[in-house]
Each structure stands twice: as C-alpha cells, then as structure tokens.
Design a binder for this molecule. Structure first.
Ligand code: ZN
Length: 261
C-alpha cells in the first residue's frame, strides 16, 4: 500500500513530468473512485487548465489546477502514476487519464480500484474534513510527544492511525519500530520521554531514507527490515529469524531480539 514515501515519490514524479501542460481530455475509468465530483464535473474543471504545483499530506497528493482548485489523489492499495510523451502509450482504461494538448498524458492507475479521486477548493479544509492528523514528516518533537500523551493501545496501531499522524502504514510502521528497537505491541503509555524522542527521530530518519531510495524496497539501506518481510527471513541487524504477530488485523514483522522493549 502506498505510504508517505511512495506518495512523495509520486509527487516528485508528477513535478518532474506533468506540470504546466494544458489538459485536453479527461477520461475517468473508475467513476466510483470519485466522491466530491462527477466525471463530467471533473472534466469541466480540468479542460484547458494545467496542473501548476503539488502538495502532499500523509498519503494524499494534491495537484493545484490553475486557480480553479485542487485535484486530490489517494492511491489506495496499489495505485501509482505513469506519464508518457504520447498519451496513446498509457493504459486507456486507467482509473484517471489526463491527455494534454501536447499529446503527452498522465495516468493514475489503481488496479484494485481502491483509491480515491477528489476535487477540493482548499487542501487544508480537505485535510480537516477527512479528519487527518498532521503529516508524519512535518510534526515536531514536542507535538509528537503531546500526541502520544493519553493515548491508549499499542504503538504500531497509533503510528498507523491517520487521524493522529498522517502518512504511515503497515510497512513503515514496522520499519520505524524495528529501527527504534520497540516491539510493535508495546503500549504507547509505557513509552517514556526519551523513548518518544528516539521514536520521533527514527521516524524522520526512516521516512527520509525511504524517500531518498525512491520508496523502492531494493534501494533501501542495508539495515532496513523492509526487504526481509518473508517467513523465515533473517534480521539484518542480529541475524535472528524475523517473527510476525497480528496488530490491528495487520501482520507486523519484527525481530524478537532487537525489539524486546
Ligand atoms: Zn534482530
């Protein structure tokens, strides 16, 4: 599932390819992914306009459409973006296909049709209306500590709770906790100030390193757990067998030796 580093990679990809090109045609291959607008309504908003800049919040990508508003994309379970200089080279049944006047195109592809395509006049209002917490990379140490206070339940569930902190999902919650040496089931209430400080620092480092690697599992630092999410695989730090447990209905990978705290 695309998480903060993946969506940041999509943002950079869009910035590098698809800005400032007037849109000719809009094709919506999955109308049910639209919530705040219709295929026709979206077509009217986008026709003749260009994507001018982007902004990411958590797992959401906002693309500003001239002065008209913002196209909002959420990538669901396995969504991605694909740009081509000739839009004919893109999948014509993409969930959303923007064909530019210069013949190029940008496809939003969400194979399991679990993403989200929205329209928003103001990202901050959208973020508030959808109950999203602060972006995981934007939050400072003190605010992070405040968020943890009074929080019940396990630390992994907390990190993945988009209404508390936006951007972290199953994979990166596991990675952050592995790098911080904290067991995924550890109660948030049990984490003291020093541990929370370490967790915040580790969270920033892991997300930044993953972004640097373009969110590609094969390009991650050698000490990352992420490429070892397989039964029987070894911890990259101590060599012990990686274990799994269920947290909030999702499978958590962790190292019993390195994450005993
Ligand atoms: Zn280990």
């Amino acid at each position: 599932m695309p998480e903060l580093p993946d969506v940041e990679a999509f943002k950079r990809y869009l910035d590098a390819t698809a800005l400032h090109q007037p849109i000719d045609t809009v094709r919506v291959g999955a109308p049910r992914l639209l919530h705040d607008t219709t295929p026709q309504g979206l077509g009217r908003k986008l026709h003749g306009q260009a994507l001018e800049s982007t902004r990411r919040h958590g797992k959401y990508l906002f693309a500003r459409v001239d002065d008209a508003g913002w196209l909002v994309l959420h990538f669901g379970m396995s969504g991605r973006l694909q740009y081509a200089k000739a839009s004919g080279q893109l999948p014509q049944d993409a969930e959303l296909l923007l064909q530019f006047e210069n013949q190029a195109g940008l496809a939003y592809i969400a194979p399991r049709k679990l993403g989200r395509i929205d329209w928003s006049d103001a990202p901050d209002d959208y973020i508030a209306a959808h109950g999203l917490g602060p972006d995981a990379l934007a939050i400072d140490r003190a605010s992070f500590r405040d968020l943890a206070r009074g929080r019940r339940g396990g630390v992994k569930s907390w990190l993945m709770d988009q209404s508390s902190l936006a951007g972290i999902g199953n994979l990166y919650a596991d990675e952050i906790l592995f790098q911080a040496g904290i067991h995924p089931g550890q109660a948030v209430a049990k984490l003291d100030d020093d541990t929370l400080q370490t967790l915040h620092k580790t969270l920033r480092r892991v997300l930044c390193q993953a972004i640097e690697a373009g969110a590609d599992p094969d390009a991650m630092p050698r000490n990352f757990l992420l490429p070892h999410r397989r039964a029987g695989d070894r911890c990259p730090r101590c060599g012990d067998t990686v274990a799994t447990t269920k947290v909030g209905g999702r499978t958590a990978y962790y190292c019993p030796r390195c994450q005993s705290g």
